[in-house]
Design a protein around this ligand. Structure first.
Ligand SMILES: O=c1[nH]c(NC[C@H](O)[C@H](O)[C@H](O)CO)c([N+](=O)[O-])c(=O)[nH]1
Length: 166
């Protein structure tokens, strides 16, 4: 029996009235694009309209916290506030400690960002030891050994926005 992973939602949430921001890093782009696609497809299946999914990008995962804050503020200023935001980044361990420092600092910054922007900030940061791990979690490894984690992030975004929206 599969134990790990996102359990079934307690109900199907209607995303037809929410606005979602996706802000993604451009490092490891092939994996990023698969994760973004998975999130969009899952949100569309939950009724989120294409015009209500706004996409922005930053250079790398380290820029996600600041970029997300600015992104949320700007959408509010435009009079089209977001209900939830999904920062997406892919960190793959290299031969230095760069990975550890970015993973840890970015994770903490995204967690605490929720208080500042007063909305759900979904954790879309893949922190992988190998490229194979990242490909698998984006559902694009040869063996298709795992589902696309971007789908989980899309589902979490709809649930959190609908259930705990302002
Ligand atoms: O998104 C990533 N950024 C990475 N580095 C760039 C970093 O996020 C910043 O963009 C850069 O340091 C400039 O601030 C990565 N690595 O270094 O390995 C990585 O794997 N993923």
């Amino acid at each position: 029996m599969a134990v790990k992973g996102l359990g079934k939602p307690d109900q199907v949430y209607d995303g037809s009235k929410i606005r979602v921001g996706i802000i993604h890093a451009r490092w490891n782009r092939v994996i990023i694009d698969a994760l973004v696609k998975g999130a969009i497809e899952r949100m569309a299946s939950l009724g989120v309209e294409e015009k209500n999914i706004i996409i922005e990008t930053v250079p790398g995962s380290y820029e996600l916290p600041w970029g997300t804050k600015r992104f949320v503020d700007r959408q509010a200023k435009l009079g089209k506030p977001l209900d939830v935001v999904i920062p997406i980044g892919v960190l793959i361990k290299g031969s230095t400690m760069h990975f550890e420092y970015i993973s840890d600092s970015t994770t903490h910054a995204l967690m605490s960002l929720q208080e500042k922007v007063d909305m759900p900030v979904i954790f879309g940061l893949l922190t992988c030891m190998t490229e194979e791990q990242a490909l698998a979690r984006a559902g694009i490894d040869e063996a298709h050994s795992m589902h696309n984690h971007g789908e989980d992030w899309g589902a979490a975004a709809v649930e959190m926005a609908v259930k705990f929206g302002k």
